[in-house]
Write a protein that binds this ligand. Structure first.
Ligand SMILES: Nc1nc2c(c(=O)[nH]1)N[C@H]1C(S)=C(S)[C@@H](COP(=O)(O)OP(=O)(O)OC[C@H]3O[C@@H](n4cnc5c(=O)[nH]c(N)nc54)[C@H](O)[C@@H]3O)O[C@H]1N2
Ligand SMILES: Nc1nc2c(c(=O)[nH]1)N[C@H]1C(S)=C(S)[C@@H](COP(=O)(O)OP(=O)(O)OC[C@H]3O[C@@H](n4cnc5c(=O)[nH]c(N)nc54)[C@H](O)[C@@H]3O)O[C@H]1N2
Ligand code: SF4
Ligand SMILES: [Mo]
Length: 684
């Protein structure tokens, strides 16, 4: 008698990658008999067309689905802080313990001593935003998330254009003659945009970056600029554009304020003069102006661009290009810094219920986080969710020491036992994006994308939003908003998009565009500034941000002899620190590595493969040197932010980040760090 084996039932479900990534790829999950068999790219998705990036292909089929790597139950600390010794606990017990620590803060009116820090661990709208309701109602001190990433750029664009959350619709490229990518690296940080969109771009592509990234190498023109000199480059481009009669004075007069002040500065910066500051041949500046001036032209301002001491001023200066040439409000034009949910009708606050705030304290910058944690009167408790600040934040040694305070009660909500979770008193296990329904609003393409539950929550883990609902209940908080369910929130969110799409329909489609035709950025040329115009110059820049009223031609000097400017951009293999625990990814990353130019290697006596010490103040990181012709002289590259535990030194590049801040919004200037670099003898 033949044994009848029932046929295996294979099915596919669509979802979306909710990492903090421009691409927001469509995902096709293959299920065998209802169990996840593979997580792959969705062949129907217009951005990624069937593939996932290499890091997600490995991690989503590796550590993210490995039950032995995931946090399974709440954990309560038993050992010394930082040692990572815990014992499992029930949700009831863990929440009771947290409530017993937070309750007294509220009783004594000391809610501000609960610090809370979070970021884009997941970009599912609900799992990213809903927990804010809890903190708004409770009244803790928020560590402003963007101060470790993009805040300087947001702050200046908000004053200039009234919003920083409205960018070009990538579909408008079909009408464009030129794309200028300024300080972004799609080949790492938006790999499918690089692979497809950029390749299909119909006009000229110009990249301004100190590194010859893959995107730069593939562009028609790469301006390999000296870091921190971008404002001068912007003025030189404006100079060359004026000479080509590419200024649109009618547009400037009608739609902007303060352009004449800038025109005076432009006069000073011929491409020849700027060339000496920026390290870029004058002819290349002229050529870039010729491409951009031919228009219609688009500008993509990266986030790496503004992590500089002069980052706010730099973004202001770069954003002058579309304004002076009238490349705004027409097909094929515009600029992109970040496309917020607003471009799809969903305001950022939609899910955060800011009305629950009552005299909440002023938020703090990430650059003041370690110092606030050192002070027991400033910080009695800490909650971390969607973030791994020990790996990603500034002042790594100081932060770790402060987190080891016995009298600081720390809760970490995580999928994995990260370097930050090691310092927790209570670890709460979060469900992954594969385990809950949500909506993703990508920050490049203006899609509305599904996040669909394709598997049950791993062990006892729960989605962020449910964890914070339960915590509110444990604290007896009365506000109804703290308990709204996903079944109420998701349809309301989809309603706000005005597309009429239902969640059921989105599950079958994966992603839909915000509108049938490309959306026009600033179509009505109305700007949400006090004047209703683009405010190039305004006293508000001084009063609100401490910048000059007009964009300035300030620039950094090259580092002093023996030092290199340390840039720590996106790695191909990590998403900030995420995936730093995946064994296959660890094998790809290898030991800590610093990339230097062949010229600097000769000057500094550092050979290929040498062990070198990068130093700043009392801190150091030992790396293996690699020579790379991609890197400009004077620059060292160490990619951000592997897990500390994966390195025998228990450190990563952020040990060298001495809390350097940009000129605006107390935002990070991690790309302005200057390090001493010396060979290690004997070999490390
Ligand atoms: N040297 C240097 N450092 C940098 C940068 C740099 O350029 N150079 N860049 C900075 C930038 S741009 C940023 S944005 C920051 C980012 O820094 P972080 O905010 O620390 O981002 P990640 O390292 O990705 O950590 C996110 C964590 O969220 C967890 N997570 C994922 N999904 C969920 C979920 O559903 N729920 C919960 N609770 N957790 C989840 C992941 O496991 C991960 O540990 O790093 C900054 N650090
Ligand atoms: N693979 C991968 N993708 C990611 C991330 C990741 O960690 N890994 N992180 C995600 C996050 S949180 C963010 S915020 C985005 C960031 O995405 P991007 O905006 O692309 O930011 P970075 O990779 O930090 O830096 C981009 C480029 O800025 C250049 N740069 C540095 N200093 C200067 C300067 O002074 N002038 C100019 N012109 N260029 C400069 C760097 O050389 C680098 O090539 O990427 C997201 N995507
Ligand atoms: S991290 Fe970015 S490139 Fe990789 S799968 Fe997710 S969205 Fe796509
Ligand atoms: Mo970021």
């Amino acid at each position: 008698m033949p044994i009848l084996v029932p046929p295996v039932k294979t099915s596919y479900l669509k979802t979306t990658c909710p990492r903090d990534c421009y691409d927001a790829c469509g995902i096709h999950v293959m299920l065998r008999d209802g169990q996840i068999a593979a997580v792959r790219g969705d062949p129907d998705h217009p951005t990624n067309r069937g593939t996932l990036c290499a890091k997600c292909s490995l991690a989503y089929n590796g550590v993210w689905r490995d039950p032995s790597s995931r946090l399974a139950t709440p954990l309560i600390r038993v050992g010394t802080k930082g040692d990572g010794h815990f014992e499992p606990a029930s949700w009831e017990k863990a929440l009771e313990l947290i409530a017993s620590k937070l309750h007294p803060l509220r009783e004594r009116g000391e809610q501000a001593t609960l610090l809370h820090t979070h970021y884009h661990g997941t970009c599912g709208e609900i799992s990213m935003r809903f927990p804010q309701r809890f903190f708004n109602a409770f009244g803790g001190t928020e560590i402003t998330p963007g101060t470790i990433c993009d805040e300087a750029g947001h702050a200046v664009l908000r004053l200039m254009f009234g919003t920083s959350l409205d960018g070009f619709d990538p579909r408008t490229m079909r009408d464009s003659q030129c794309l200028l990518i300024w300080g972004a690296n799609p080949s790492a940080s938006a790999p499918h945009v690089h692979k497809h969109w950029l390749r299909e771009f119909p006009g000229k592509v110009v990249v301004i970056d100190p590194r010859r990234t893959e995107s730069a190498a593939r562009a028609h023109l790469h301006l390999q600029i000296r870091p921190g000199t971008d404002a001068v480059m912007a003025f030189a481009l404006l100079h060359a554009l004026q000479a080509r009669t590419a200024w649109d004075e009618a547009f400037l007069k009608r739609n902007s304020l303060g352009w004449r002040e800038v025109a005076e500065t432009v006069k000073r910066w011929s491409p020849a003069r700027a060339s000496e500051i920026c390290g870029v041949p004058a002819e290349q500046i002229e050529q870039a102006a010729a491409f951009y001036g031919a228009g219609p032209s688009m500008l993509w301002m990266g986030i790496g661009l503004q992590r500089q001491k002069l980052g706010g001023n730099i973004v202001r200066a770069c954003a002058l290009l579309p304004v002076f040439t009238g490349n705004i409000g027409r097909p094929g034009t515009g600029f992109l810094y970040f496309n917020g949910g607003e471009t799809r009708g969903v305001a950022a606050e939609f899910l955060e219920a800011p009305h629950l705030r009552q005299n909440n304290p002023e938020p703090l910058s990430h650059l003041d986080f370690a110092s606030a944690l050192e002070n027991p009167r400033r910080s009695r408790a800490l909650m971390v969710w969607n973030s791994n600040p020990v790996a990603s934040g500034a002042e790594q040694s100081r932060l770790r020491k402060a987190l080891a305070r016995e009298d600081l009660f720390t809760v970490v909500v995580e999928l994995f036992q990260t370097d930050t979770a090691d310092y927790a008193d209570v670890v709460l296990p979060a469900a992954s994006f594969l385990e809950s329904d949500d909506v993703v609003l990508p920050y490049f393409a203006q899609f509305i994308s599904v996040q669909q539950k394709v598997a049950p929550c791993h062990a006892d883990s729960l989605p962020n939003q449910e964890i914070f609902r339960r915590l509110a209940r444990a604290l007896g908080m009365p506000e109804a908003e703290l308990y709204e369910t996903d079944e109420i929130l998701i349809p309301r969110l989809l309603d706000a998009t005005g597309t009429g799409v239902s969640f059921e329909e989105l599950k079958t489609k994966g992603s839909i565009p915000c509108s049938p035709a490309p959306r026009l950025q600033f179509a009505d040329l109305r700007f949400a500034t006090p004047s209703g115009r683009i405010e190039i110059s305004s006293p508000r820049f001084s009063t609100e941000l401490g910048l000059a009223p007009s964009p300035a031609d300030s620039h950094d000097a090259p580092p002093p002899a023996g030092r290199l400017r340390l840039l720590s951009p996106s790695s191909d293999w990590l998403m900030c620190s995420s995936y730093g625990n995946d064994p296959k990814i660890q094998a790809k990353l290898g030991a800590s590595t610093v990339f230097v130019s062949p010229g600097d290697s000769v000057r500094l006596g550092i050979g290929e493969g040498a062990s070198v010490r990068l130093k700043h103040g009392p801190e150091e990181l030992i790396c293996q040197a690699k020579l790379s012709s991609e890197v400009a002289d004077g620059v060292a590259i160490v990619f951000k932010s592997p897990w500390l535990k994966a390195d025998p030194q228990r450190k990563n590049v952020n040990v060298l980040h001495h809390s350097l801040r940009a000129d605006a919004a107390a935002s990070t200037a991690v790309n302005s760090i200057e390090v001493l670099i010396e060979a290690v003898t004997p070999a490390f």
